[in-house]
Design a protein around this ligand. Structure first.
Ligand code: UD1
Length: 417
């Protein structure tokens, strides 16, 4: 199995070009199941989760091919199964996003239950309640969820809790429902807005994406479209945290400051210098880092997907800070590994108290999930000596060639077998 070897300490300095957002690209790929004609997507990140989704689409009857930087998707027209099997869903929870479009387009979908994952239980009860509100029959049997509806019908549905995947599944399904659907209590993440823009390009009528209430007028069919996926706020945010952490100076070109506002405000508060223009963010070291707490929340709150990386940053701040995780119940698995590197962190339920600054020292650490992996790589950059991050298949699910980006910024990082 591959590992990352990091020789610290490093100072990150230079410019990166932002890559496409995995979490926007995955629902958009699932939405290609709704299209009657050819779809051309550009700025898809080259990460494992995207390859898994393309495999799932091929299985479901949407073939893809590369054309330059873009991927072309088109329905094969052959009779394909409406089934997302366990083998594909188990490696990527986002496979559950095919449920809404399959059901809406073909009247039937059978998708393996994604089950829990390292960061928490992650149920899909709200996705299912929403589909039922649109008239679907839902059955759970043998570890699969099976849904049927000859024709979905527009309805009002309120999400008891904002869910990114739930909002996306319902938004896609409602585009082919008969009549008007009004979804309230929606998640407001930028990735949902990007999905809505893609659906609109296919011919869907959607109003309010990015707000609490989304209204969708159902259509009989959707055509084809060309779409460029937005940049990845989580990858960008990780490198910008790296700049503040390593007393460096990093610019990300093509990044979207508004999507990263909660992180950029924190970086400014802790004493880093943050400069933004419309499509560019620069973060550089200005002086000692001040401790500041964060509470993870749905957008526009501080993203749970940057919590672990921010915690590494706080190990270098001068004083105590509290990180509170409110989105997922088990998202502190990086803490024992950071402790092994010399961090001073105590956990009390959903709170972690970090005392800094700690002199971190390199050792072998184990990645447990995607974002935890990134936080360990960051820790390796400020640690003294060699850090080996094991199980980087987690990292490869969501970070595009992280070692080459870090090398470009001056770090000594290599992938080893
Ligand atoms: C998405 C992102 C993930 C990110 C998360 C929160 C993708 C592929 N994944 O995940 O990277 O960490 O948003 O921003 O885009 N919940 C329920 N019932 C449901 C659905 C969710 O109780 O039916 C709960 C979850 O357990 C969690 C919270 O709602 O506590 C938010 O989950 P959700 O927004 O659905 O996360 P995902 O869409 O899975």
């Amino acid at each position: 199995m591959q590992k990352l070897l990091i020789r610290g300490p490093a100072r990150l300095s230079g410019t990166l070009v932002a890559g496409g957002a995995k979490n926007a690209a995955l629902p958009i790929l699932a939405a290609a199941l709704l299209a009657d004609e050819e779809v051309e997507l550009s700025n898809l990140p080259q990460v494992q989760d995207i390859r898994t989704m393309l495999k799932l689409l091929a299985h479901l009857g949407v073939e893809s091919e590369r054309r330059g930087d873009a991927v072309i998707l088109r329905p094969t027209g052959k009779a394909n199964p409406d089934v997302a099997p366990y083998e594909l869903v188990k490696t990527m929870r986002a496979s559950v996003l095919v449920l809404g479009p399959l059901l809406a387009r073909r009247g039937h979908a059978r998708v393996s239950l994604p089950g829990g994952c390292a960061i928490g239980v992650r149920p899909i009860d709200l996705h299912l309640a929403g589909l039922e509100a649109l008239g679907a029959e839902v059955e759970i049997e043998h570890g699969y969820v099976e849904t049927r509806a000859r024709q979905l019908t527009g309805a009002r549905f309120h999400f008891a809790k904002p869910t990114v995947g739930g909002t996306e599944n319902l938004l896609m399904a409602a585009c082919l429902a008969r009549g008007t659907t009004v979804l309230s209590g929606c998640a407001r993440e930028p990735e949902i807005v990007d999905l809505a823009r893609f659906l609109q390009a296919l011919g869907a009528e959607i109003d309010g994406a990015g707000e609490d209430t989304i209204t969708i007028e159902g259509r009989d069919r959707l055509g084809g479209a060309r779409h460029r996926v937005i940049s990845d706020r989580i990858q960008d945010g990780t490198y910008l945290i790296g700049a503040a952490l390593t007393r460096g100076d990093v610019t990300v070109e093509g990044s979207r400051p508004a999507d990263l506002a909660p992180l950029l405000e924190k970086l400014d508060e802790i004493g880093a210098e943050v400069e933004t223009s419309q499509q560019r963010i620069r973060v550089r070291h200005r002086g000692p880092l001040k401790p500041r707490g964060v509470v993870t929340e749905p957008f526009p709150g501080f993203p749970t997907d940057l919590q672990a990386q921010y915690m590494t940053l706080m190990t270098q701040a001068e004083g105590s800070s509290i990180v509170s995780e409110t989105v997922f119940e088990n998202r502190f698995q990086h803490v024992p590994e950071l402790l092994r590197m010399g961090a001073d962190i105590s956990i009390d339920g959903t709170y972690a108290r970090i005392h800094g600054p700690s002199a971190l020292s390199g050792t072998s650490v184990m990645a447990t999930d995607l974002r935890a992996s990134a936080c360990l790589v960051l820790a390796g950059l400020v640690a003294d000596g060699e850090t080996v991050v094991h199980r980087i298949y987690h990292l490869d699910r969501g970070y595009e060639r992280m070692e080459s980006k870090l090398q470009k910024l001056g770090a000594r990082v290599e992938r080893i077998d």
